[in-house]
Design a protein around this ligand. Structure first.
Ligand code: MF3
Ligand code: CO
Ligand code: CO
Length: 246
């Protein structure tokens, strides 16, 4: 699970492409655009501008280049030309990139027009839970603190942490060991300098329970409550961590 200098260099290059694409797409996120169109713009940016590959495309049969998860969709929403963004929606866009056979993965929430205060607060709390949890990362620290920090903070705000999906090691593949849990756990794994993994908490306003739709991918909250997610690819260092997908 520990990457060498060449691997780290290449994962950093891949990560820059993923985060640039996530930044690039932000100006298009407005009421009226379809998630299919958002997908196509990201595909074009990744393939024709960055000369890279959208790692989600054909991953385990996934049909599109990015994931677009709106409102009560927790993750893995499939872009569709018939799915139009509405004023007040919140949407997670998740971009995974492969460049020179090295992988990166990042996502964030976007506001469509003017969402209500509850939706905005959910996104704010979710983002803060990710950044708070990163503070425990340094060589010698414990993976379990990530989940402990996220769950304590999120529950204190009255929200719930999705337990059915987790962060993951990343580098030579999109999903590598270890699983990175976002909830209280007793994992005894230790951070080592050179490890690279994602942290990507999914937070619900209501219950943590989820289900997968008939398309085989789209994950929604069971109770229909809003869900938010932020994701970064992280490198462990001697003194702390680097966010590779800033
Ligand atoms: N980007 C997702 C993650 O955070 C994985 C998407 S794979 C797909 O791990 F097939 F659903 F696109
Ligand atoms: Co991920
Ligand atoms: Co992702």
């Amino acid at each position: 699970m520990i990457k060498n200098l060449k691997e780290i260099k290449n994962i950093k290059i891949s990560s820059k492409i993923a985060s640039e694409t996530l930044f690039y797409i932000s100006k298009y996120i407005k009421p009226g655009i379809s998630t299919g169109k958002i997908n196509d713009i990201c595909y074009d940016r990744i393939v024709n501008y960055h000369n890279a590959y959208p790692a989600s495309l054909k991953y385990m049969g996934y049909p599109k280049s990015i994931c677009t998860s709106i409102n009560d969709v927790v993750c893995h929403g499939i872009p569709d030309y018939n799915c139009i963004l509405n004023d007040g929606d919140i949407i997670n866009i998740d971009i995974a990139v492969c460049k020179n056979n090295y992988y990166s993965d990042t996502s964030k929430m976007f506001f469509v027009g003017k969402p209500n205060n509850l939706a905005i607060k959910l996104c704010k709390v979710t983002k803060k839970s990710l950044y708070l949890s990163l503070n425990c990362i340094k060589n010698g620290g414990q993976f379990k603190n990530i989940g402990n920090i996220i769950q304590n903070y999120v529950n204190s705000k009255g929200y719930s942490v999705v337990k059915n999906y987790c962060g993951h090691g990343i580098g030579k593949k999109l999903h590598e060991k270890p699983n990175v849990l976002h909830y209280k756990n007793n994992c005894n794994l230790i951070f080592k300098t050179g490890m690279i993994f994602t942290v990507e908490p999914m937070i619900n306003i209501g219950s943590e329970d989820t289900f997968v739709m008939n398309d085989g991918w789209t994950v929604k909250t069971k109770d229909g409550s809003l869900s938010a997610q932020y994701e970064h690819t992280i490198l462990v260092t001697d003194s702390g961590y680097q966010i590779l997908t800033l």
